[in-house]
Design a protein around this ligand. Structure first.
Ligand code: KG4
Ligand code: ZN
Length: 341
């Protein structure tokens, strides 16, 4: 048996992450450290992630989070077997910072370099947390992603469908903004929706009339704006109840559409071992309930939230899986803003 210890580095969006994962063949892997430095506050005033600010902050923080991770795991670079880094897709400045840092460390230590696709990191997480066996279906659903993937191996993914415009997390965030609720919007909308009537306002169910697993969420925002404006025009403003009803209707539409598309995706994947979900929107209770129901007898797996959202443990793990296959990269590894699985 072989034990591998690997450092993972993540810097593709607004979280700077470093993590250490150790795995012995045939045993459950172990997360020795998982440090995430969030940039949320830096970007808060701008209403979204500012690429230039993100890149600068990653460059500033990377060394520190790597040191913190090594310190927490009581390891030095000498104890490692490889360094894995997100090589895309993502904001190019941040991805470049991570890739350059990883290359520097590999050049200095002679350790193998493993480039990881960020989406593969999300998609392989249920193997790290729950030991899922291939093949399984996963729904990636966050502020930046929304797609159904059948996962057949560490480097083998089939995309069954995905959003043709916004991601659901983005839609929740815009919904919150339109109703004057705080960011991130998802949790705020979910809380309001608890007191609301999902049937009071009519929201569309985009793309349900079209076959396949593609999704669309931008129309929901327009519907929300119309419904809100109609109430304001009639009564001069929104009451707490109006807001709750709007949130409930909006959330129900998203959950309905994702549940129906999940049903279709599952029907296209005979023989899978489980249905998994990852991404920040996986925190939504209503959505989880719907997806659990759709999974039926199939195990439904949702990793803990800290491993569902952007983190470096998933990058270390995906790198470890690639390394086990004998894959590695060299100093020509490039940072890719776009990189479909
Ligand atoms: O995966 P994540 O942390 O970041 C990226 O997308 O990169 O996901 C964040 C997204 C935000 O849009 C946030 O509003 C959404 O996940 N989110 C939720 C909930 N918690 C977080 N959406 C709906 N319901 C929630 N409870
Ligand atoms: Zn992500």
């Amino acid at each position: 048996t072989r034990t591998l210890t690997i450092l993972g580095i993540e810097s593709s969006c607004d979280d700077t992450g470093a993590a250490l994962v150790r795995a012995t063949d045939g045993a459950a892997p172990e997360i020795l450290a998982n440090i995430v430095a969030s940039q949320t506050e830096l970007h808060a005033a701008f209403g979204g992630v500012v690429p230039e600010i993100a890149a600068r902050a990653h460059a500033e923080k990377l060394d520190l989070v790597i040191e913190q991770a090594l310190g927490q795991a009581r390891l030095t670079l000498r104890d490692l077997d490889a360094i894995a880094v997100t090589a895309g897709p993502g904001l190019i400045g941040g991805v470049l910072s991570g890739v350059m840092t990883a290359k520097g460390l590999c050049a200095a230590t002679g350790l193998p370099l493993v480039g990881v696709n960020h989406l593969a990191g999300h998609a392989l997480t249920p193997r790290l947390t729950d030991g899922l066996e291939f093949p399984y279906l996963i729904l990636l659903v966050s502020g930046g992603h929304c797609q159904f993937l059948r996962v057949d191996g560490p480097e083998s993914f089939s995309r069954l469908g995905g959003t043709i415009d916004d991601a659901p997390g983005e839609a929740f965030d815009k919904c919150a903004k339109l109703l004057g609720l705080p960011q991130p919007g998802g949790p705020a909308v979910e809380t309001e929706a608890r007191q609301g009537d999902p049937a009071r306002f009519a929201f569309p169910r985009p793309l349900l009339d079209r076959p396949g697993c593609d999704l669309s969420f931008s129309g929901l925002k327009t519907a929300l704006m119309r419904a809100r404006d109609a109430v304001v025009a009639e009564k001069g403003g929104l009451t707490r109840q109006d807001r709750a009803d709007l949130c409930a209707g909006f959330q129900a539409a998203i959950a309905d559409v994702l549940a129906e598309k999940a049903r279709r995706a599952l029907s296209q994947c005979p023989g899978i071992t489980a249905f998994a979900v990852a991404g920040g929107v996986a925190a939504n209770t209503v959505l989880r309930q719907r997806l659990t129901a759709v999974a039926g007898d199939l195990p439904f797996v949702a990793p803990p939230l800290a491993l569902c959202t952007d983190n470096a443990a998933m990058i270390a793990w995906a790198g470890l899986e690639r390394l086990r296959l004998g894959a590695r990269d060299d100093m020509t590894l490039s940072a890719r803003p776009r990189w479909p699985l």
